[in-house]
Design a protein around this ligand. Structure first.
Ligand SMILES: C[S@@+](CC[C@H](N)C(=O)[O-])C[C@H]1O[C@@H](n2cnc3c(N)ncnc32)[C@H](O)[C@@H]1O
Length: 306
């Protein structure tokens, strides 16, 4: 909401008020978010027959998507992208890194047959518990596990140095490994380790789907400011391999140099160069229930085969 106000003020030329809004109003707006979320949850839990049993509490939804988003629709769009770009079959074995509160998983639960197997990992124990209770219990072929990797937003209470945790699966297990909205929140040492782990756990011929914010050079990084109102007034911290917007909490948003990411893939053992679908170039016409939407993907998508 604050972002929308900022973009309206920018287009009207009221730039002097923006600094004030970002510094003073945003923290208050965040607290209001929290209070309103808890209120909505209370109403939802107490009202009979709301029918939205599988939608996570608003408070969790806010942390993994955004306050105003339609959780099912956003999840469906991302599920549709993963499924169609990786030619996912309904009897395959899948690993999702950073499953959150099941935004995509809920749709996979409808798509996968009994022969299919799903494994979801995340650093946040509350999300994993929610998924176990609300998805795993109904779908015995869906498994969730917490992994203990430090993240300043999602798993801040453990040692910052814990970055190299192996995935709890054997070599050559998965037909598909995917992560949506996760690699923008993880730092280079974790990215490098994760890509090694993905390579190890993928079957020969298995596929990888990731989304990331990529850039070629500093000038291109500045373009992000034009496109995204929330990045307009932030200072980028620019490093050799990546850029961040918050020095104290670097995993708030991490953008990566394209060359660096390609070199990590090569170093890891992927013989095929990853296919990169640049942000904004995929337009999808989605029909979900009675809703029809034309959507664009605003992160770069990386597809790779082992
Ligand atoms: C923006 S949310 C996306 C959630 C989900 N993928 C979706 O599309 O709804 C980012 C998720 O990544 C998880 N995450 C952050 N760092 C992680 C890490 N190092 N390993 C695994 N998951 C991580 C967070 O806990 C959070 O659930």
């Amino acid at each position: 909401m604050v972002d929308i106000i900022v973009s309206i003020l920018t287009s009207l030329g009221y730039n002097k008020y923006i600094y004030y809004i970002l510094r003073k109003v945003k923290p208050v707006a965040h607290s209001m978010h929290l209070i309103i979320s808890l209120l909505i949850d209370y109403i939802r839990q107490t009202s009979k027959g709301s029918g939205k049993k599988n939608i996570p509490p608003t408070y969790y939804k806010v942390q993994t998507q955004s306050f105003l988003s339609d959780f099912s629709l956003v999840g469906y769009i991302n599920f549709y992208l993963v499924k169609s770009l990786t030619y996912l079959k309904n009897d395959e074995t899948i690993l999702e890194i950073g499953c959150g509160v099941g935004g995509i998983t809920l749709h996979l639960a409808e798509y996968l047959s009994k022969e299919g197997l799903y494994y979801g990992i995340d650093v946040n124990s509350r999300y994993i518990n929610w998924c176990k209770k609300n998805i795993g219990r109904k779908h015995p072929n869906f498994h969730f596990q917490k992994i203990d990797v430090y993240n300043s937003m999602y798993n801040p209470l453990i040692n910052k140095k814990i970055t190299n945790v192996n995935f709890p699966y054997k070599n050559n297990t998965f037909d598909l490994v995917f992560a949506n909205g996760v690699f923008i929140h993880i730092q280079p040492q974790v990215v490098e380790h994760y890509i090694r782990e993905i390579f190890r756990t993928l079957k020969k011929g298995g596929r990888l789907f990731l989304d990331m914010a990529l850039f070629n050079n500093f000038a291109e990084l500045q373009n992000y400011r034009k496109k995204y109102p929330r990045l307009k007034y932030c200072n980028f911290n620019y490093y050799q391999t990546h850029a961040t917007i918050n020095k104290n909490k670097p995993d708030t948003l991490v953008l990566y140099k394209k060359d660096y990411i390609i070199s990590v893939f090569k170093k890891t053992g992927f013989t095929m160069e990853p296919r990169i679908i640049p942000k904004g170039t995929i337009t999808l016409k989605i029909k979900y229930g009675n809703k029809k939407k034309v959507v664009k993907k605003y992160l770069d998508i990386i597809i790779c085969y082992k």
